[in-house]
Design a binder for this molecule. Structure first.
Ligand code: PLP
Length: 377
């Protein structure tokens, strides 16, 4: 059959919700902060065009950008790494694909969180890998349960995905949990994909990286400028790992993508050099605003997000998450994402993004509050 790898891959429910919406819908489904790119970054990019920096760049990425990424990760984790440990990609999305494509063989098992970002499972399926889901338990504030992961590991397990701060739950995995997890993997030949795209958006202290506790030979840190710098459209992401691992993944990158736009890499370099431009503060403000509004709805439950840009709301007192998200769109024209988009564990939930500007957020939450005041229990 043609298209065998992709024929059974479904369009994500996130996309489906967007397609059902109209131009007047209030979109609390979007996975990005609303802040515009800083003027200085825009200036660097336009200068790059004017200066004819419009040719191929090195396959691995511009050295200046790789060095900035290495400096940032070293500062945040205490690790001593250099630009040789970094591969620049077309957003975190390509980083995840290229890494999994390079690392995994058909039939390998991969452990993915439930609830979790849908991309990992879709890619694993395309690569004919066996997906096992491990649970982020409500009772544990959605932290990982290392004992459950341990029970799910088999001699075929090749990769475990971690995502902290987490999409969709807003959890930041605790330091002691990560240490316990590292201990579990110390003597096993299993790699870890640590998706840290929301690391800079952590509201109560620093989000730790598993790379502080496990050697880079086993860990692939994925990140980029999409969330922390609110630069999702520039499509700059990266993988951090050991030099040896990066040199392997580079081969797949080289023969699929070749290299990333130099103009965009120059913009990302400028953003990293500038550092924090207030995205985290804006998102913390939005989170608090959203929680104040949600607290007025009597029967919903949530765990306060400590990172990322989402609130994962248990709406089971009112109905199934998909029914509620569909009804919210139909009756109030507000887009939220049914929790089931993130796995079985999300069935009772909807995901609300607080990445939008505060006015839109207020408008959307007012409508949500009104909806829950008349919806039948
Ligand atoms: N990883 C997670 C957990 C995400 O939520 C997203 C985007 O929503 C990505 C990766 C993709 O990031 P990028 O825009 O850099 O491809």
């Amino acid at each position: 059959m043609n298209f065998e790898r992709v024929a059974n891959i479904k369009k994500s429910l996130i996309r489906e919700m967007f397609e059902k919406a109209n131009e007047h819908s209030v979109n609390l489904g979007l996975g990005m902060p609303f802040l515009k790119t800083t003027d200085l970054v825009k200036m660097r990019a336009t200068e790059a065009i004017r200066n004819d920096q419009t040719f191929y760049t090195p396959n691995q990425g511009l050295e200046v950008l790789r060095e900035e990424v290495a400096k940032k990760h070293s500062k945040e984790t205490g690790l001593k790494i250099s630009g040789e440990n970094v591969l620049i990609t077309n957003g975190a999305t390509q980083a995840i694909f290229t890494l999994m494509f390079s690392l995994l063989d058909p039939g390998d098992e991969i452990l993915i969180p439930d609830p979790g970002y849908p991309l990992y499972e879709a890619i694993a399926k395309m690569l004919r890998c066996k997906v096992k889901r491990y649970t982020l338990f409500w009772e544990k504030d959605f932290d990982i349960d290392v004992d459950e992961i341990s029970r799910k590991i088999s001699d075929k397990t090749a990769l475990i995905v971690l995502n902290s701060p987490n999409n969709p739950t807003g959890t930041v995995f605790k330091e002691e949990t990560l240490k316990h997890f590292a201990f579990l993997l110390e003597s096993r030949n299993i790699s870890v994909l640590s998706d840290e795209i929301y690391k800079g958006l952590s509201y109560e202290g620093v989000a730790m990286s598993i790379s502080s506790f496990l050697p880079l030979e086993k860990v692939y840190v994925i990140s980029g400028v999409s969330k922390e710098y609110s630069m999702s459209g520039w499509r700059i992401g990266w993988i951090i790992s050991s030099r040896q691992n990066i040199s392997q993944v580079l081969k797949a990158h080289m023969y699929t993508v070749s290299c990333i736009s130099g103009i965009n890499q120059i913009a990302a370099t400028a953003a990293l050099k500038l550092g924090d431009r207030g995205v985290r503060n804006a998102m913390r403000f939005n989170r608090d605003l959203a929680l104040r509004e949600l607290d007025k709805v009597p029967l919903i439950k949530y765990k306060k997000p400590v990172g990322g840009i989402y609130i994962f709301v248990n709406v089971s007192a009112y109905g199934d998450g998909k029914e509620i998200a569909d009804a919210l769109l139909k009756r109030e024209n507000v887009i939220t994402i049914p929790g089931i988009a993130f796995g079985e564990q999300g069935r009772d939930f909807i995901r609300i993004s607080f990445g939008v500007d505060p006015e839109t957020l207020k408008k959307g939450l007012n409508s949500i509050g009104r909806f829950f005041s008349y919806v039948e229990v």
